[in-house]
Write a protein that binds this ligand. Structure first.
Ligand code: PMP
Ligand code: GLN
Length: 403
C-alpha cells in the first residue's frame, strides 16, 4: 500500500481530536520554513543565532559522558530544584522549599500544558490576555477550559482593565499572565500586577505566570513576578525557561514554582506527559542559574543593545518602531513604510522581496483583525541585524510597496 493510499484510507476513518485538528502549523514553523526556502534572514521565530555560553554547555557535555544518563527524579534533579529555589530568593526575595515547591519540566511549553491539564476542570473559565503565545489557547481548550479572552492592542498595549473586570467571574479558575510579554515587549508594572492580583483573589482563582523572559528586561527595570504581590504566594504558579536565560532555546528545560498543593496538582500532569527531562541539561541549567550578577546583567545589557541596534536600523528604513521593555522582540507599524496589505502579506513580501523574515502580529490573536503590525526578533549577531536593516532600507527606499 502506498503512503497516499494509507492517508486516504485514514481520511475515511474516525477523525482525530477536533480541538487540536482545528489548528494549523504554528506561525513560527511556517515563517522559519519560508525563510529557509527563500534564504532570507530569519528575524521571525525567536531564537539566538549563537550557541549559548560555553561553560554552561560544557557542563551538559561532560554530564553526558560522566553520567547520570538514566531517569532523573520525576520532579527534577535536586541540584536544579535547589538552584531554582535559590534564584527565587536571590532575584525576588521569595522563600521557596525546593523539595515541595519546585518542579523541572521539558520547557516552559510543557509546564504550561501541565498547569492547564493539572488544574482545569472541564467547563471552568480561563482568562487570557491577547496577543498571546500560540500554545495557550489550544492547550487550555484541550484541557476542557473555556477561554475568556481580553485584548491589548498596539501601539499602546494598555492592559484592558474594564474588560478584565468583566471577564472574571465565579467560574474563573485561572488567569494566564505572560510578563515580560511576547510579542509586545510589555513588562507589566506594579500597578498592573496589583490590579490583576485583586481580581484573582476576589474571584478565588489561580494565576499561571509565564515568566520565560524574566531576565530579559531593559532600561534598568526589573521583572516583578505576580507571585510577589500580597496574597499571591499561594495563588500564583511561576514558570521559567533555561532556553531563554541561557540562550539555548532548543534545550527545553523549564521550571515551575508553586505552593506545594498546587505543585502536586501540576506534577500529576507532568508525570504522565514527559515524566522527566534530560539529566545533563538539568545539570547545566543548575550550573547556569548559579552564575554571578555579571552573567545576568550582561545578558540583559547585550540584548538591550541589540534591541536598540535593530530599532534604529528599522527606523532608518522608515518604520515606526514601538517601544519594547523586554523579551527578544520589537513591533513595527507596517503602514509607516507605505505597505497597505495585511501583516501576513507583509511578512511574505519582505521574505521574498527583501530577504528578511518577520512574524505577523495577527497570529497572536484569535480573531485576526489586527493586521497592521509585524514582530521582529533581535537576539541575533550584530552583523546579521545590520544586514537585515540594510536590506530593508534598500527595499523600502527603492520600491512601491503596497500590495
Ligand atoms: N512562553 C513564551 C511567551 C515564549 O515566548 C516561549 C518561547 N518559546 C515559551 C513559553 C516556550 O518556552 P520553552 O522553549 O522553554 O518551552
Ligand atoms: N517563542 C518563540 C517565538 O515567539 C518561538 C517558539 C516556537 O517556535 N515554538 O518566536
Amino acid at each position: 500500500m502506498t503512503t497516499r493510499a494509507i492517508d486516504l484510507q485514514i481520511a475515511a476513518m474516525k477523525p482525530a481530536n477536533s480541538i487540536l485538528s482545528e489548528y494549523g502549523t504554528t506561525v513560527f514553523t511556517v515563517m522559519s520554513a519560508l525563510a529557509v526556502e527563500h534564504g532570507s534572514i530569519n528575524l521571525g521565530q525567536g531564537f539566538p543565532d549563537t550557541e549559548g555560553p560555553e561553560d554552561i554547555r560544557r557542563v551538559a557535555a561532560d554530564t553526558v559522558m560522566k553520567g547520570p544518563n538514566q531517569y532523573p527524579p520525576m520532579l527534577g534533579i535536586p541540584a536544579l530544584r535547589q538552584a531554582v529555589a535559590e534564584a527565587n530568593k536571590r532575584f525576588y526575595d521569595l522563600d521557596v522549599n525546593w523539595q515541595t515547591e519546585v518542579m523541572v519540566t521539558s520547557g516552559a511549553t510543557e509546564a504550561l500544558a501541565d498547569c492547564f491539564l493539572g488544574l482545569i476542570e472541564p467547563g471552568e473559565e480561563v482568562v487570557l490576555i491577547e496577543p498571546l503565545y500560540d500554545s495557550y489557547l489550544p492547550m487550555v481548550r484541550r484541557a476542557g477550559g473555556v477561554p475568556k479572552l481580553v485584548r491589548m492592542a498596539p501601539p499602546e498595549w494598555q492592559m484592558p482593565r474594564a474588560d478584565l473586570e468583566a471577564a472574571f467571574s465565579d467560574r474563573t479558575k485561572l488567569l494566564v499572565l505572560n510578563s515580560p510579554h511576547n510579542p509586545s515587549g510589555k513588562v507589566f508594572d506594579e500597578d498592573d500586577l496589583r490590579f490583576l492580583a485583586r481580581l484573582v483573589i476576589e474571584h478565588d482563582a489561580y494565576a499561571v505566570c509565564d515568566e520565560v523572559y524574566e531576565h530579559l528586561v531593559f532600561d534598568g527595570h526589573k521583572h516583578r513576578p505576580l507571585m510577589t504581590m500580597p496574597g499571591m504566594r499561594e495563588r500564583a504558579i511561576r514558570i521559567g525557561s533555561a532556553g531563554k536565560t541561557f540562550s539555548a532555546t532548543g534545550w527545553k528545560v523549564g521550571s515551575v514554582t508553586a505552593a506545594a498543593p498546587l505543585l502536586t496538582a501540576v506534577a500529576k500532569a507532568h508525570q504522565f506527559v514527559t515524566f522527566t527531562t534530560p539529566p545533563n541539561l538539568q545539570m547545566a541549567a543548575a550550573y547556569g542559574l548559579r552564575q554571578g550578577e555579571e552573567y545576568f546583567d550582561t545578558l540583559a545589557a547585550d540584548m538591550q543593545a541589540k534591541r536598540d541596534r535593530l530599532g534604529a536600523g528599522l527606523a532608518v528604513a522608515g518604520f515606526h518602531v514601538l517601544p519594547s521593555s523586554g523579551t527578544y522582540f520589537l513591533t513595527v507599524d507596517i503602514r509607516s513604510v507605505g505597505f497597505n496589505g495585511s501583516d501576513e502579506d507583509f511578512c511574505r513580501h519582505i521574505t521574498t522581496e527583501a530577504g528578511v523574515t518577520a512574524v505577523p502580529m495577527s497570529a497572536f490573536y484569535q480573531c485576526a483583525d489586527i493586521t497592521r503590525f509585524a514582530r521582529f526578533c533581535f537576539c541575533k549577531r550584530d552583523q546579521l541585524l545590520d544586514e537585515a536593516c540594510a536590506r530593508l532600507q534598500r527595499h523600502f527606499t527603492s520600491h512601491v510597496t503596497s500590495a
